[in-house]
Design a protein around this ligand. Structure first.
Ligand code: ADP
Length: 398
């Protein structure tokens, strides 16, 4: 047990997630979720020792109000004076940051410069940084970027086949996201398998509400499915992933939809939700598919098929496949999705161990392929907060 705790903040435009971690043990002593920020009925919920407490933020319903309420809660638990540093999840560091960094005024400028690449997220991340700097006075603040781990992706993998001037003028290229999770899971996979990370060719599928996949070889990221924005790639809860870009002109001409409406449809009404016409939640989709719901059955199949195709393409990027790794809410819990994906991938030398696949759920790591399988498939739970806490502690000299 460490005397010095790390506060990890993850701010969205109308939400703030926080966790206080013991960096040595990984234990979460307190967590919070503020929702409906900037609306009159904003509130924050604290969780500690298995108990939940909801606090109204009506008096100060923004990010600063949420961090103030968090400070009060920490005082009530006697934890405020033990917080030694604050780590911030920052969505885009563009090409500026390939590693986590202590936040200085120059870094704030850098995060601002990356706003065009994450117009919804980076401004919210900056609100969290400013609130923490004001309320946790004097503590080091560290930025941990979703994009950083992907900065090793080679040029031929991040370049879109569009005129180069758009890259030169506007930075139009593939950046990738979920990098903090990939970095954590790559380390954990090597540890779990007792292998050297630098000699493992891994394809890691991070399957949550947002979903992406990455190739890691020689300890570095080689390619990933998300691109300029988190819309590209796999089928997700409400996001379409890959579509023909002509969908914009097609729907403009045939459905009289604007660019904003199509973008909104692809981000918020598509994916599992759009196909099933039922839900974005994989649990619900599985339950209803089990009862014979046609939309749910199709949604699962499209999800698994796209994922399997991407595993094969990421094996190209990794130069082969030693381990396919599943993580994120769906990857860690859905033995059905995993089984479907492995079913498509026998030709890559993956053979499912049905019992092991059923056992590897609810936080249990495990190898889910048979002993004679040529490549391994593994389930490894992710922990982005802990990775942020580790970076924050080490960069703060703790
Ligand atoms: P986020 O990207 O918001 O962090 P999570 O990583 O928590 O999301 O993943 C959420 C997804 O995980 C949801 O689609 C949820 O239905 C799915 N999930 C969680 N538990 C199970 C389960 N037991 N079986 C299938 N899917 C599950």
């Amino acid at each position: 047990m460490s005397d010095k705790l790390i506060l990890v903040l993850n701010c969205g435009s109308s939400s703030l997630k926080g966790a206080v971690l013991d960096n040595d043990s990984g234990e979460v002593l307190l967590s919070c979720l503020a929702e409906k920020l900037n609306l009159p009925d904003a509130y924050i919920t604290f969780k500690s020792n298995g108990e939940k407490r909801k606090v109204d933020l009506a008096r100060h319903p923004d990010h600063t109000g949420a961090v103030e309420a968090l400070m009060e809660e920490l005082k009530a638990h006697g934890l405020d004076s033990r917080i030694a540093a604050v780590g911030h999840r920052v969505v885009s560091g563009g090409e500026l940051y390939s590693e986590s960094i202590v936040i200085t005024p120059e870094v704030v400028d850098g995060i601002e410069k990356c706003i065009p690449l994450a117009p919804l997220h980076n401004p919210a991340n900056l609100l969290g940084i400013r609130a923490a700097q004001n309320i946790f006075k004097g503590l080091p603040n560290v930025a941990v970027f979703d994009t950083a781990f992907h900065q090793s992706i080679p040029e031929h993998a991040y370049t879109y086949a569009v005129p180069r001037e758009f890259y030169r003028k506007y930075g139009l290229r593939r950046y990738g996201f979920h990098g903090t999770s990939y970095r954590f899971v790559a380390d954990e996979t090597a540890r779990f398998l007792g292998k050297d990370k630098n000699s493992l060719r891994m394809v890691i599928a991070h399957l949550g509400n947002g979903a992406s996949i990455a190739a890691v070889a020689n300890g570095e990221c080689q390619d990933t499915s998300m691109g300029l924005t988190p819309l590209e790639g796999l089928v997700m809860g409400t996001r379409s992933g890959d579509v023909d870009p002509s969908v914009f002109s097609f729907l403009a001409e045939n459905a009289n939809m604007s660019i904003t409406q199509v973008t909104d449809m692809l981000n918020k009404k598509s994916g599992l939700l759009g196909i099933s016409e039922l839900s974005n939640d994989c649990r619900t989709i599985e339950e209803e598919a089990g009862k014979g719901h046609e939309g749910a059955k199709l949604a699962l199949e499209v999800f698994a098929y796209r994922l399997a195709k991407y595993v094969a393409s990421m094996a190209v990027a990794a130069g082969g496949l030693d381990a396919l790794v599943f993580t994120g809410g769906i990857g860690e819990n859905s033995n059905l999705v995993r089984s479907k994906v492995l079913g498509y991938l026998g030709f890559l030398g993956l053979t499912e161990d049905k019992q092991a696949n059923e056992n590897a759920r609810f936080g249990n790591a495990g190898v889910i392929t048979t002993a004679d399988s040529k490549a391994l498939a593994v389930v490894i739970p992710t922990n982005e907060e802990l990775m942020i806490a580790h970076d924050t502690a080490s960069l703060s000299g703790l």
